[in-house]
Every structure is written in structure tokens, then in C-alpha cells.
Ligand binder design. Structure first.
Ligand SMILES: Cc1cc2nc3c(=O)[nH]c(=O)nc-3n(C[C@H](O)[C@H](O)[C@H](O)COP(=O)(O)OP(=O)(O)OC[C@H]3O[C@@H](n4cnc5c(N)ncnc54)[C@H](O)[C@@H]3O)c2cc1C
Length: 822
């Protein structure tokens, strides 16, 4: 019997209509999109962010579990209150608080529906790429908690790749900000840990998201194949050829028949399988891209390729794809929708193995999935949910699918999360040591286990649920991983962290691939780059370091070895621990090995430099160009760049990718410049902006460390939209030195600024930070960070917990690691 009386005290700060305790009304909150259920004691519907904080504080005092809930479309039982407690429902916190067209970002409340954010972005020419098929209802809060992906993630990435900050409420009611509007805050990447943590570490109050320019044009085509195997091979062939469509979605014949019956989308139901492929880019590049894609498909047994001729036809194909779940629901009273990931080249094998396993159990299975990501979604039909034998077989098949994916070095979940549904399998993927490490994080964020208890990790009392690992042993330390696994077809490389970036790039260039990273130093190792999170301007084109790390092996200070992640682009099993070791300067553990994402070398690179005599013109030019960046890999505003006149400002613009895209973008840039009447000198032989940035840093950091120099090199981060104003307002302070401003990413690299503390103060007031990258010995007492993250308390707890030997903690002094590393 639920004690309703205790909820009356919520009326001190909520209105009656914001509290549901009536049993009949609570029924609506017992389920998500899975077959599991559980009844909350009450549901509360906050209407302001302050109310959320008050509710969480109240629940903490009452020792009541809290389950955050977005739209309840989750496919792993995450939003179900199986332990009673309170459901915190976010549908009324659904405002886009800010849409920033200049810096391409937005600030959103957690109840904003995914598609609303994307539609709003599109209305101003921007794009929010993570697009779960449930995007018409799923919320951003739910997307963050599950690190949702979707069809376009093959090219554009998943939710974590688009978050720069989160405001969260911790289980005790404390509100903190993780990250923010700038990039690469000097703090542990708890933002990356919260993403995909299924509401178990904190409640999302507000998200700071990155947007990109909406692709100028897109075309959709559909290709039919005789079998799943042929379609899977065609996907690999496209990747091998260096083609990057924005989606590669696959359906088997059974699924097409089911969908076609429902929505009449014109799917090729006579084929064994079909691929839906989106190609985007400038209009000039679409035809050449499509020609190449079709040629590749046809030489891999595709027949009947069809290009959507109108927007309506395109929408219909996508409507068909996105209606798969609805179509299945019509067919049988229940189904199990699975979600595993494997390296892409293992797709065909994996599909065959799953079909075989289902056949053996007399189960009907159909497939629709994100083939480009190797993310499989087998649907198993449950004709009679009351048939215990059938249900038992379905559960056995579910486990078999997981085992098949793991045997291919895949993940137990690519995008649906662990929740209740897969918690018994977490131990098949991660060792006790790795799961214990995740528990330690939970302990730090939520020591009383009040936030979504029982999700991801089984409660103590239900430990018998756990499937015992037969695939890997705990601790794995004696199992030394091989030092170089190079897999061009699956677009990843695994290498020891002491390998230099330069030597790996040489190896990869033979296959026309690369790791899209650049460093100023020839002998920098990949371990150093990752542990210092040293990003180059090209992150605007290819993502930051945190977006390129797929997996890592870490040796912890106490001797534990962790193998985190898998060589797949989608993996939301447990906490994304790897984020903690990126940019933490080795303070939490030593990265022994890394698995990094590869991409095809750009086929073409070009750009220009334009020189100005005054800052105002250079800033207006940079700001105008920032709007059009789509294939740009650098947009730099430089003061006194080498080779230019002293006191001159220059803008360097570099674009790379398909030749037609690069040419179209540079033409657009020229058009903008001439329309605005910029009269600077334009130089088309400019080197790559990234290379120039790297050379400038190399020179300045090397000379700063020399005994004779008295210059300080710094990096300042502010919201990208604020950087032009920040430079203008700081012009006086900046006048003593030179700088390179990475306009698209809100980062300013300075050298020789005499009043660095004043510059830092301005950065802090703008919500950013200023760190010292290098300084002569006499400045060593200067605090290199000069920034106090709101998560400092959590950082200290974590540092202490993982470095038990260090009793007296002085986090700022961790900077010595940083200075040594460069
Ligand atoms: C038809 C269909 C298609 C789908 N397709 C995809 C797909 O293509 N890709 C994909 O990734 N997923 C897909 N999903 C799964 C699901 O839609 C996603 O997981 C989505 O992100 C869940 O969002 P939601 O708002 O419904 O969250 P809910 O289901 O309400 O909650 C999911 C989790 O998020 C937590 N949560 C919610 N809000 C907050 C908050 N403010 N703070 C902290 N935690 C919070 C909950 O506690 C829970 O653990 C699909 C689901 C359906 C039904």
C-alpha cells in the first residue's frame, strides 16, 4: 500500500496537478517501450528547473529512489520504476532556451523532443544530427541518458559527439555544470560519463549542444540485393572505397514485407535485402558521389537501384524505414527488439548466425538496422505472450544474439542501453574489475543509490540473474593484447599508446586512410595526444579526440587493468569510462593501448588566406565565413602569422573532402567575401590551416621553453559565438603578442601576452577558461589551469579513490604532468 501522505509535503513547492499518486493514473507510467514494467509510488511533473532541484533534494531527504523519464520510448526498461519511488517526468520542461546561429549551438531543457530540436535548427540552416527513429517523441534528456544514435550516425556520430555541457542535479540535490559552452574545459570529462549513464548518476537539467551546418543538399537511393550477405558486403565495399554516405540502413526481406503492408513505401519486397543510402553534400558533388556509390553497389551484386526523384519520394522511403517498429507491433501482440553492434565486416556472418539460432528455436526474426555502424536490430516476434515455452525460447535467442555479437568483438548494446533488459549480460562483456570500476563512479555520484537504482547493474538481491562470463576471464592482465591491430575495412586501428601519431599515419596512408588528428610535434605519441586532449582545428570537420577514441586499455594506479569500449562506433554498455582518461593527463590511469577511428584521406584539400590591416575587418570576414563551414577543416584568424606583415591580421580557410564539395564551398566563400566588399589580399596557395596552426605552436612552445625566452603560450576557450567579441574586447591586452584564433571552435592560442592574468580573468567572466600551454621556467609558479570546475569536488573524490597512495591531494599541481608532456 503506497503511503500517499508523504507526498503532500511536495505541495510546499508544487501545485496539486504536478503530483500524481492515483493508482489508475500511475498505470500510464508503468511501462516504456519494452515488455518490463514497475509501478512508481508517485509521478511528479516539474515545470521549472528550480522545481527539479527541490524535488530531488526532497527525495534525498526522504531516501526515495528517483527515476527520470522523458517520453518513455526507451527500449531497455530504463524509465521503469521497478523499485517504486518517484518518477520525475520531464514533458513540461520542453523549451529550447537559446538557438545560437553564430556559434552553431543550442541550450535545451531535457523534455525537448529530438525532432523539435532538429526542426528548429533546420529552420535557421543548422542541423542536430543524432536522429533516433523515435525522434518524433523521444526527448533530449532520454537521448543523453541512452547516448542515442540513429541512421545518420554513420557519418555524423551519436549524442555524445554533440554535447559540450550539461547542467545536472546530483542525487543529494546539488546542482552542477559539467563542461559548458566552450570546448575542452580543463576538467575530467564527467560530461562524457553522464552521457549514456541511463539516469543513474545525475538528472539532466539542461544540455548545451553543438549544431552543424545543415548539408546543402541530400539525395536518397535504395538498392536491392539477393541476400543479407550481399548487402553486407556492399557496405564494406563502399567503406573500402572511401565513400562516406550519411546513412547506410539495411532491411531484410521479411522486414520489408511487414513495413510495406503497413505504409506502402515502395520497398523492393521481392529482394532478399535492401540498403537505404543517403548522400549529402553540395549539389555539385551529389551526382559524382551517387555515380560512384551505384558503381560500387552494382559491382557487389546490387540490382534495381532507385534514386528518389522528389522530396516526397525520399520522405516516403524514410517514413517506411522509421515505421518498422509500428509495423511489427501490428503483426503480433509482442516482440523483442534487440540491439547489438559488431565491426561492420562481421555483419553478414552475424546475421546468418542469428538467423540460424532463431531457426533452431523456431522463432520468427526480421531485421532493420544501421548497417553503416554495424548496429543490428533483430526483431523477434512473440505471437503469444502467454506461452511460457515461446517466451523462454525468445529469451534464449536474445542471449544468443548477445553472445554472437560479443564473439565478434562487438557490444551487447549499440544504442538502446542496458537498463533492466541487458543488465544480466553486462558481465559477459566486462570483467568484474571493469564493472567494479563503474560501481566506484556510481558511489561517487550517488552514494545512496537513489538515482534509477537497479539499472545497468543488477541489485545485490538479484545477482543470481547475472549470466556468468564464459567468454572472458576477469582481470585479463596476463592476456597482453596484441600491439597493432590494423583493420582498414572496419575503419579502426588498435595500437600501443607509445606509438607516434606520425608512424601510424604513414602506415595508414598506404590504404588512403588516416587518424584525423594533427600535432605540432613529430614524435608525439597517441597516448600523449589523448591524455592531454590536444585537439587541432580540424575537429570542426572530423570530431574531437573524444569522438575518435573507440576503446582503450588502461592500467590503473592500483594495478587494475581495464579494457574499455570495443572497436565499434556504437556502444552504450555501461559507463563510457574511456572519457575519463581523455584529457586527464594520466592522473587517473595510464593508457596502455588505444583503438582509434579511421577515416578516408580527403581526396582534395584547398583553401585561402586573406590579409587585413585591421582587426574589425578580419573579424567580420571570419564571422561571415563561419556560417558556411561544412567541409571546412580550419577557420583561423591570425595576428602576425609568419610570412605576413607585422601587425597584419589574416584569415585562413581550409576545406577538404570531395573535390566538388571543396570547390563549391570555396566558391561560396569567395562570393560572400566579394559581396561584403572585403578588400584584403587573397592568397590561394595557403597551406593547410591545421598545418600552419601546428607549425606556429611548435615554434612558440619550443622557444617559450628555452631559457632566453620570456613568452607564455596559452589556450583560451570561450563559447564559439563569443570568440569574435572576446578578441575585440581584449584587443588592448592582446596587442603585446600574437595569436591564432580557431573561430569555429571558440579557441584562442596566444603567445607573448604580457598580462596573461587579465586575459584569463576576461575568459572566466565570459564563461570560459585560459590555460598555460608553455612558459619559461621563471613563470612556473603561475597556475596553469586558473579554472575551478564546478565538478572539482567530484574530481577530487575520484582522484583519491583511484590513487589511494596519494594522501595529500593538490589537484592544480597535476599541471606538472601536463607541462612535462609537451
Ligand atoms: C520506435 C522506436 C524507435 C527507436 N529508435 C531508436 C534509434 O534509432 N536510436 C536510438 O538510440 N534509440 C532508439 N529508440 C530507443 C529510445 O527512443 C531512445 O533510447 C531514446 O533516447 C529514449 O528517449 P525518451 O525520452 O523516450 O527516454 P525514456 O525512455 O523516458 O528514458 C530513457 C532513459 O533516460 C533516462 N532519462 C530520461 N530523462 C532524463 C533526464 N532528464 N535526466 C537523466 N536521465 C533521464 C531515464 O531514466 C531512462 O533511463 C527507439 C525506440 C522506439 C520505441
Amino acid at each position: 500500500m503506497v503511503n500517499k501522505v508523504k507526498f503532500f509535503s511536495l505541495l510546499k513547492f508544487l501545485k496539486p496537478h504536478q503530483i500524481i499518486t492515483d493508482r489508475a493514473e500511475l498505470l500510464a507510467y508503468e511501462f516504456d517501450a519494452t515488455n518490463t514494467h514497475g509501478c512508481p509510488e508517485a509521478v511528479v511533473l516539474p515545470e521549472t528547473l528550480d522545481e527539479v532541484q527541490k524535488i530531488v533534494t526532497w527525495a534525498y531527504q526522504e531516501h526515495l529512489p528517483i527515476v527520470a523519464r522523458g517520453a518513455g520510448t526507451g527500449l531497455s526498461g530504463g524509465a521503469i520504476a521497478e523499485n517504486g519511488g518517484l518518477i520525475l517526468e520531464f514533458s513540461r520542461l520542453n523549451h529550447i532556451q537559446e538557438l545560437d546561429t553564430l556559434g552553431k549551438s543550442a541550450i535545451v531543457e531535457p523534455g525537448v523532443v529530438n525532432q523539435k530540436l532538429d526542426d528548429t535548427a533546420k529552420s535557421v540552416g543548422l542541423y542536430y544530427p543524432p536522429d533516433p527513429a523515435s525522434g518524433r517523441s523521444a526527448t533530449i534528456g532520454g537521448n543523453i541518458a541512452e547516448n542515442a544514435g540513429g541512421p545518420h550516425c554513420f557519418k555524423y556520430g551519436v549524442t555524445t559527439n554533440y554535447l559540450t555541457g550539461l547542467d545536472i542535479v546530483m542525487s543529494n540535490g546539488q546542482r552542477i555544470k559539467l563542461g559548458g559552452r566552450a570546448f575542452d574545459y580543463p576538467e575530467y570529462d564527467f560530461l562524457g560519463i553522464l552521457t549514456g549513464s541511463e539516469g543513474t548518476l545525475g538528472v539532466t537539467l539542461r544540455a548545451y549542444v553543438r549544431l552543424i551546418r545543415n548539408p546543402p543538399a541530400v539525395k536518397t537511393l535504395m538498392a536491392a540485393f539477393g541476400s543479407n550477405e550481399d548487402a553486407g558486403k556492399a557496405v564494406s565495399a563502399m567503406i573500402a572505397r572511401g565513400l562516406i554516405p550519411s546513412t547506410m540502413e539495411m532491411m531484410d526481406q521479411k522486414m520489408m514485407v511487414i513495413i510495406e503492408d503497413f505504409v506502402h513505401a515502395g520497398l523492393p519486397i521481392e529482394a532478399g535485402a535492401a540498403l537505404i543510402i543517403d548522400i549529402d553534400g553540395y549539389p555539385e558533388s551529389l551526382d559524382p558521389q551517387i555515380a560512384e556509390v551505384i558503381e560500387t553497389l552494382q559491382s557487389n551484386k546490387a540490382w534495381g537501384t532507385r534514386i528518389a526523384q522528389t522530396a516526397e519520394e525520399r520522405d516516403l522511403i524514410w517514413y517506411g524505414r522509421k515505421s518498422a517498429v509500428g509495423a511489427m507491433a501490428r503483426l503480433s501482440p509482442a516482440y523483442l527488439l534487440l540491439d547489438g553492434t559488431v565491426p561492420r565486416t562481421k555483419l553478414a556472418f552475424t546475421l546468418n548466425a542469428i538467423t540460424h539460432a532463431c531457426d533452431e528455436l523456431s522463432l520468427k526474426v526480421a531485421y532493420v538496422f544501421h548497417a553503416g555502424d554495424g548496429n543490428l536490430h533483430p526483431f523477434i516476434l512473440i505471437d503469444d505472450p502467454n506461452d511460457p515455452i515461446l517466451l523462454n525460447n525468445v529469451q534464449r535467442a536474445g542471449q544468443k544474439v548477445i553472445e554472437i555479437c560479443l564473439a565478434q568483438n562487438g557490444s551487447i548494446t549499440g544504442e538502446h542501453g542496458v537498463g533492466i533488459e541487458k543488465r544480466r549480460y553486462l558481465s559477459l562483456m566486462y570483467s568484474n574489475v571493469e564493472i567494479q570500476t563503474m560501481h566506484e563512479l556510481k558511489e561517487i555520484f550517488d552514494p545512496d543509490n537513489l538515482l534509477n537504482p537497479g539499472k545497468i547493474f543488477p541489485e545485490q538481491e538479484s545477482m543470481e540473474e547475472i549470466v556468468k562470463p564464459s567468454i572472458k576471464e576477469d582481470g585479463n592482465k596476463n592476456n597482453e593484447p596484441s600491439s597493432l591491430i590494423y583493420n582498414p575495412e572496419d575503419l579502426y586501428i588498435t595500437a600501443d599508446s607509445n606509438k607516434t601519431l606520425a608512424e601510424l599515419q604513414i602506415l595508414l596512408a598506404n590504404e588512403r586512410l588516416w587518424i584525423p588528428l594533427i600535432t605540432p610535434w613529430k614524435d608525439t605519441t597517441i597516448g600523449e595526444i589523448v591524455s592531454t586532449n590536444f585537439n587541432a582545428p580540424l575537429r570542426m570537420r572530423y570530431g574531437a579526440i573524444r569522438d575518435l577514441v573507440l576503446a582503450m586499455t588502461v592500467d590503473m594506479p592500483d594495478g587494475r587493468r581495464l579494457q574499455i569500449g570495443r572497436p565499434v562506433v556504437k556502444n552504450v554498455a555501461g559507463y563510457d569510462l574511456s572519457k575519463l582518461f581523455i584529457g586527464s593527463y594520466g592522473s587517473l590511469g595510464n593508457i596502455a593501448q588505444l583503438t582509434l577511428k579511421l577515416i578516408p584521406l580527403p581526396r582534395f584539400r584547398a583553401g585561402f588566406r586573406i590579409t587585413f590591416n585591421n582587426l574589425q575587418d578580419a573579424i567580420s570576414c571570419g564571422t561571415s565565413l563561419n556560417k558556411i563551414c561544412y567541409v571546412a577543416s580550419a577557420l583561423l584568424l591570425c595576428k602576425n602569422a609568419p610570412g605576413t606583415q607585422s601587425s597584419a591580421y589574416s584569415i585562413i580557410y581550409t576545406a577538404e573532402g570531395m573535390k566538388e564539395d571543396v570547390t563549391a564551398e570555396l566558391d561560396e566563400a569567395k562570393h560572400i567575401l566579394s559581396r561584403a566588399g572585403f578588400v584584403g589580399r587573397m592568397d590561394y596557395d595557403s597551406p593547410s590551416g591545421n598545418q600552419e596552426w601546428a607549425n606556429w605552436l611548435y615554434l612558440n612552445i619550443s622557444s617559450s621553453s628555452s631559457r632566453t625566452s620570456n613568452t607564455i603560450v596559452s589556450r583560451i576557450g570561450v563559447a564559439p559565438k563569443d570568440l569574435p567579441g572576446f578578441i575585440q574586447e581584449s584587443n588592448q591586452i592582446l596587442s603585446t603578442g600574437t595569436f591564432y584564433a580557431d573561430l569555429a571552435n571558440g579557441l584562442l592560442y596566444t603567445q607573448g601576452i604580457s598580462d596573461i592574468l587579465a586575459l584569463r580573468q576576461s575568459a572566466l567572466e565570459a564563461g570560459g577558461y585560459a590555460i598555460i600551454l608553455a612558459c619559461p621556467r621563471e613563470y612556473k609558479s603561475l597556475d596553469p589551469w586558473g579554472y575551478t570546475p564546478e565538478s572539482l569536488g567530484l574530481m577530487k573524490l575520484l582522484f583519491k579513490s583511484w590513487n589511494p597512495e596519494i594522501s595529500k591531494l593538490d589537484l592544480p599541481n597535476l599541471n606538472s604532468l601536463f607541462l612535462n608532456s609537451i
